[in-house]
Design a protein around this ligand. Structure first.
Ligand code: PCA
Length: 180
């Protein structure tokens, strides 16, 4: 007769722990990157776990633009136009993922979707594709496609469009500026 090594309650407890500590990969391309204005959000203890994994680029080309009076970076969901955008992969737990959703106001403002990210090994130059969550702007105003496109974001880049903190509140008129 097959004998369980654990009691049923113990098994349930172990299973719950596994669910609770489930990790997710998120690709960040804007203010959440290391050294950028919202990076602190990924490192704040009470937000959960946020661990840098590697740099990467979107496998698909997208327009990365800066818009609104706050100079916010957006990856427009227009596959095939723009650049293979540079960013960083972080491993996050459930708590951090939900905190990121609050910061990005998913799904009202940014929409979080799974996409392929290309990671290049620094030594061998071998490339691998990693599936990550990415915050896109979907249903955006067509005129945003006329903005300058970047292959990499920095709040203090030569574009001169310095990011301004909107106190992480989604401001209705701000949404109006970019959403169709
Ligand atoms: N924060 C998210 C989306 C744009 C932004 O500023 C990021 O860095 O990926």
């Amino acid at each position: 007769m097959f004998k369980l090594g654990f009691s049923v309650p113990k098994l349930i407890c172990l299973q719950m722990q596994t669910i609770r500590t489930m990790m997710h990969k998120v690709f960040v391309y804007g203010t959440l990157k290391r050294g950028e204005p919202n990076y602190y959000w990924l490192t704040k203890n009470e937000n959960g776990v946020g661990k840098f994994v590697s740099e990467g680029r979107t496998k698909t080309k997208y327009p990365l633009i800066i818009a609104t009076k706050y100079n916010i970076p957006f990856l427009l969901h227009k596959p095939g136009t723009g650049y293979n955008v540079q960013g960083e992969i972080f491993e996050v737990d459930d708590t951090m993922l939900s905190k990121l959703d609050i910061l990005e106001d998913h799904p009202n403002y940014y929409v979080r979707e799974i996409d392929d990210i290309t990671v290049t090994d620094a030594v061998t130059k071998n490339q691998e594709s990693v599936q990550c969550w990415v915050y896109f702007l979907k249903n955006f105003k067509e005129e945003l496609l006329l903005r300058p496109r970047f292959d990499s974001y920095s709040a203090t880049g030569p574009h001169g469009l310095v990011y301004m903190d909107s106190n992480n509140e989604s401001v209705p008129e701000d949404l109006d500026e970019v959403l169709a």
